[in-house]
Design a protein around this ligand. Structure first.
Ligand code: SF4
Ligand code: SF4
Length: 395
């Protein structure tokens, strides 16, 4: 493909590199784009990236591994789309994804991205771990295989394999059991949802995963899906309908809110903690779900919920989107977005930073360690906070 064949050829030149996309609306001395915050180079901002993409497609510059890393360091967090004042703002992340697709087509992708995609193709997860180990996290929990229950609990790759995120997957399952929710999991039969695959520009693999998952869900008679990860939630809710896969999809915080409202979870034990909430990009900016996680936290007695300076639409990404939780293009520095975010959380005086995404959870917890703040700040998934409040009642 050359620029003339690029889907966004008529609009990409409109980016005037004004830079609004990389700063918050009040021009605080901070950066909204996590990649720009990490590298402080114009080429890593949204506008800089668009200009590089245009030059590459127009043959003005050659492909290099470095160019590909710049393009792939975009975490698909959509913060730029919130800030860009031009009418094409809704498309700017897709413009970057389309450039990634072209790199995939040409076979010119960074080696770590190649590995990520090959692992998914071979084993159905980016880590390359055996499919036969996907359901191991359920051992000893009483969580059952899906066989026509009301909800399919879809866990996703991070919740199924990451050591820390597996604890969250388990905790949420146990909370749902406690509330008497009728649900089951796919265990070893679960496959990657494809959200990151799509954001990395591998459209054919994404379509394959989506179609296989949809067929599996239909064969099992699945009607309602509750997702642990906002990444899975985003793909199944927004992209699967394009492949004839329409299900009633919930993020788990939406289900917890309803269970609490309906009196099916006794959280009256509460929690004595000052808590700040980090908005996951694929729940917030991608799906406009800002209120529900906060409603769950507000419902828990004695939690004092305080906001970070940047929250909701303006929240800084932890840097884990677009496959970066695996490739770590944005890691290795005190300017890594997760570390910046942890310092912002700390500035609120909170002792707990809550989130609702296994990717954010692991990124932020690693950042707490890198900042040597383990004694000062804990990272907790909302399901874990709810579980703690339920247990406090017991004690
Ligand atoms: S993407 Fe939008 S806000 Fe960013 S530099 Fe280009 S025109 Fe300006
Ligand atoms: S989506 Fe996020 S990481 Fe990508 S250019 Fe926009 S602000 Fe930067």
């Amino acid at each position: 493909m050359v620029l003339a064949d690029y889907k966004y050829k008529d609009v990409i030149h409109r980016c005037c590199r004004c830079g609004y996309c990389k700063f918050p609306t009040d021009w605080m001395d901070v950066n909204s784009c996590p990649a720009y915050a990490r590298f402080r180079l114009e080429s890593y901002s949204c506008g800089g990236r668009l200009w590089l993409i245009r030059a590459w497609l127009d043959g003005e510059i050659d492909w290099t591994e470095h160019l590909a890393q710049i393009v792939y360091s975009c975490a698909a967090c959509k913060n730029c789309a919130e800030k860009c004042p031009l009418s094409f703002s809704d498309d700017i992340v897709d413009m970057i994804v389309a450039a990634k697709s072209e790199m995939v087509e040409r076979g010119s992708i960074p080696s770590v991205i190649k590995e990520f995609l090959e692992n998914i193709q071979r084993q159905g997860n980016p880590y390359g771990n055996a499919r036969t180990k996907r359901g191991e996290w359920t051992e000893g929990t009483g969580i059952k295989q899906y066989e026509g229950q009301e909800f399919l609990y879809y866990v996703g790759c991070v919740g199924s394999y990451d050591t820390r995120a597996k604890e969250t997957a388990k905790t949420l399952g146990e909370v749902l059991l406690k509330a008497g929710v009728s649900f089951g999991v796919l265990g070893n039969d679960e496959n990657c949802d494809g959200n990151e695959v799509s954001k990395l520009g591998e459209e054919s693999l994404f379509q394959l995963l989506a179609e296989e998952n949809i067929q599996k869900f239909k064969d099992l008679g699945v009607k309602k899906i509750v997702a642990l990860s906002p990444h899975s939630y985003n793909a199944i809710k927004n992209d699967y309908p394009k492949f004839d896969g329409s299900f009633e999809v919930f993020h788990y915080t939406q289900l917890l809110r309803d269970l609490i409202k309906g009196g099916r979870l006794d959280i009256s034990g509460g929690l004595d903690a000052k808590v700040t909430y980090h908005d996951p990009c694929f729940l917030g900016r991608w799906n406009k779900e800002y209120d529900t996680p906060r409603q769950v936290l507000y419902a828990i007695p004695r939690i004092e919920l305080v906001e970070m300076e940047r929250n909701r639409e303006g929240a800084l990404c932890c840097g884990g989107g677009g496959g970066n939780f695996y490739t770590d293009f944005l890691g290795g520095s005190e300017n890594s977005p997760a570390r910046i975010r942890i310092r912002e959380a700390c500035a609120t005086g909170s002792t707990v930073v809550a989130t609702a995404c296994p990717n954010c959870l692991t990124m932020l917890e690693d950042a707490v360690k890198a900042e040597s703040l383990e004694e000062r700040l804990k990272v907790r998934d909302i399901s874990e906070i709810v579980a703690e409040a339920c247990l406090a009642k017991k004690g």
